[in-house]
Design a protein around this ligand. Structure first.
Ligand code: CA
Ligand code: CA
Length: 159
């Protein structure tokens, strides 16, 4: 999904603080207390190819398909190109209806349109945790299969 924001000139990376980073990581930790689903965030500047191809490539590169229940979820954002995708692994897609992420997408995009990318991600992550609670409940002894750290691509514009 592409999104437009009011201030196109904003330099995301300059505005992206340690508090934002910690907030996103914390949001993932909290969401993963609700669900066995494993959430990751990937941020980069540009996406010059098809958005979903790119997001799927990152999903594979981060080895997110290696969770036991195949329930990894990737929040992908190309900040400069204003592109955003949520990708869930096959375990999730088998269990949830089409359009499962629509509500989450829309909530996140509402923040993004106001240039509030970290805040949008935190809200989306929170919602993903809530939504996955039923299909993939947290169980005692849950293993943190995928790191909660943000993954970064290039901050330069490149192909
Ligand atoms: Ca887990
Ligand atoms: Ca995790």
């Amino acid at each position: 999904m592409s999104f437009n924001a009011k201030n196109e000139k904003m330099n995301f990376w300059e505005e992206f603080t340690d508090e934002h980073k910690a907030g996103i990581k914390r949001a993932i930790e909290v969401a993963e207390m609700n669900t066995s689903g494993e959430i990751r965030v990937h941020l980069e500047n540009s996406c010059k190819t098809d958005l979903f191809d790119r997001a799927a490539d990152i999903f594979a590169k981060l080895e997110m398909h290696k969770t036991k229940l195949r329930n990894g979820i990737l929040f992908y954002v190309a900040v400069n190109d204003r592109k955003f995708a949520i990708i869930g692994d096959v375990g999730i897609n088998q269990k949830v209806p089409t359009g499962f992420w629509d509500e989450t997408m829309e909530a996140v995009l509402n923040y993004f349109r106001m240039n509030q990318i970290p805040e949008g991600l935190m809200e989306g992550i929170r919602m993903a945790g809530e939504q996955l609670k039923e299909q993939f409940p947290y169980e005692m002894g849950d293993v943190d299969e995928l790191t909660n750290e943000i993954s970064y691509g290039s901050r330069e514009d490149e192909i």
